[in-house]
Design a protein around this ligand. Structure first.
Ligand SMILES: Cc1cc2nc3c(=O)[nH]c(=O)nc-3n(C[C@H](O)[C@H](O)[C@H](O)COP(=O)(O)OP(=O)(O)OC[C@H]3O[C@@H](n4cnc5c(N)ncnc54)[C@H](O)[C@@H]3O)c2cc1C
Length: 400
């Protein structure tokens, strides 16, 4: 057994784990973060911050720093591969509802890097790298986490509470036998990043575009340094076949002809799941972020929802730490599971449905509806409240 038990353990130093650690440190609660990697992962994953997430992160002075290192994007689009622009949404309409009426395109590792720097500067939080949470047990008074250590051994850590932010394959969720209900999306998602400037080639293109097509939908996303293209891919192909340079080149050329070869600086192909854990609270252990819910990336809501979990969870946990009954954590589960199911799952599945629809009449109906929404200021605002996740946060206030 190691370290003082008078602390909270956070398993996983991704965006959700570090936001949770920052909130707890702000409340004066000692925290130990356990991270499996030797350093913070820097892979290219989430790139979109929605308005309420930036509003929440403002409290730590982080949003301004992300804005300095990101791209402010008030507008985003639905397009069609053949017809071009279908509907352009303008988040400027949300002024008055948020201090950040835009989507910020900024890599998620910039958030974790800022948070880690702040935590190391301010103290109160230790991070154990190269240490993997293996399993958890608990009594009425505390939790015990078994971890693997960088020297190949194992060790036990004790704490009052534990927050599992250990991502999609969460060992903690598995160790608690919590069901991860849902489905796996049939197609593989191929993400390719390139310096090619799509905005020059497609003059009316916004930095975020969801492109409908009956045989191959696409997403075009600008990040501060690159453009990212997401394409659905046949799951029966091997990783080598999917990422064959000639195949990726011809798929990009078909999407947007380029007189030169595309310089693909990064590519990744991954399976996508839509799942929500059956419970988020198990005694003194709480699930948050990808450990609790997974969704397709169409709408950019996974990390954002996870950050919202972390803020909600730690507000309540700080009250429990200071004497409130443990059962107030049940409201965390009721609120955040509802957000995951009613907003994140529903919205991301609907986006995929709109983008992949094959029936011509249904496609036309979707396009007509999107055009009608942006033409009507009330519907336009209502759509943006939902897609930016501001609406779901308001609704949760009434969840008992
Ligand atoms: C290509 C792609 C694009 C995406 N785009 C967006 C987007 O634009 N917007 C958005 O909101 N979301 C997006 N997402 C989803 C987003 O990346 C995730 O929802 C987000 O990373 C979840 O954060 P997390 O902290 O819960 O988990 P993770 O980011 O997975 O972090 C988990 C951390 O825990 C560590 N870990 C894992 N297991 C253990 C263990 N047993 N013990 C200790 N440490 C452990 C890992 O090393 C990692 O550091 C995207 C995902 C992908 C793959």
């Amino acid at each position: 057994m190691s370290g003082s038990a008078d602390r909270v353990l956070v398993v996983g130093a991704g965006p959700v784990g570090l936001v949770a650690a920052t909130c707890l440190a702000e409340a004066g609660i000692p925290v130990t973060v356990i991270e499996a990697s030797d350093d913070l992962p820097k892979d290219l994953r989430a790139s979109t911050f929605h308005p309420p997430t930036l509003d929440m992160l403002d409290r730590f002075g982080v949003s301004g720093r992300l804005v300095e290192r990101g791209l402010v994007c008030p507008k985003w689009q639905f397009r069609d591969r053949k017809e071009g622009l279908v509907a352009e949404f303008d988040l400027g309409i949300l002024k008055g509802e948020t201090n950040h009426p835009y989507r910020l395109q900024c890599e998620q590792w910039k958030l974790t890097e800022h948070l880690r720097d702040m935590l190391m500067r301010d103290g109160g939080v230790e991070i154990l790298y190269g240490s993997r949470g293996l399993s958890v047990s608990q009594t009425d008074d505390d939790v015990t986490l078994t971890i693997s250590t960088p020297d190949g051994g194992t060790r036990e850590l004790r704490a009052r509470y534990l927050i599992a932010c250990d991502g999609a394959h969460s060992n903690i969720r598995k160790s608690l036998n919590i069901e991860f209900e849902g489905l796996t999306i049939p197609e593989i998602f191929l993400s390719m990043s390139t310096h090619f400037d799509f905005a020059k080639a497609i003059p009316d293109l916004a930095p975020i575009a969801y492109v409908t097509d009956p045989s191959e939908w696409a997403v075009l996303l600008r990040t501060p340094s690159l453009w990212r293209v997401l394409l659905p891919t046949d799951p029966s192909l091997s990783d080598e076949q999917v990422k064959d340079p000639a195949v990726m080149e011809s798929r990009l050329q078909a999407l947007c002809p380029n007189p030169d070869r595309y310089d693909i600086v990064h590519s990744t192909a991954y399976r996508v799941h839509q799942r929500v854990a059956k419970s988020y609270v198990a005694g003194r252990v709480f699930l948050a972020g990808d450990a609790a819910h997974l969704n397709n990336p169409l709408g950019g809501m996974g990390m954002n929802g996870g950050v919202h979990d972390a803020v909600n969870l730690t507000e309540k946990l700080a009250q429990v730490w200071n004497g409130a009954p443990l059962d107030i954590m049940g409201r965390y589960e009721r609120q955040r599971r509802k957000a995951a199911i009613d907003t994140v799952q529903a919205q991301s599945l609907r986006n995929r449905q709109i983008m992949a629809e094959t029936d011509p009449a249904a496609r036309k109906a979707y396009h007509d509806d999107l055009r009608a929404i942006v033409a009507d200021p009330v519907r336009h605002k209502d759509y943006l409240m939902r897609s930016s996740m501001l609406g779901s946060l308001k609704e949760l206030e009434s969840v008992a």
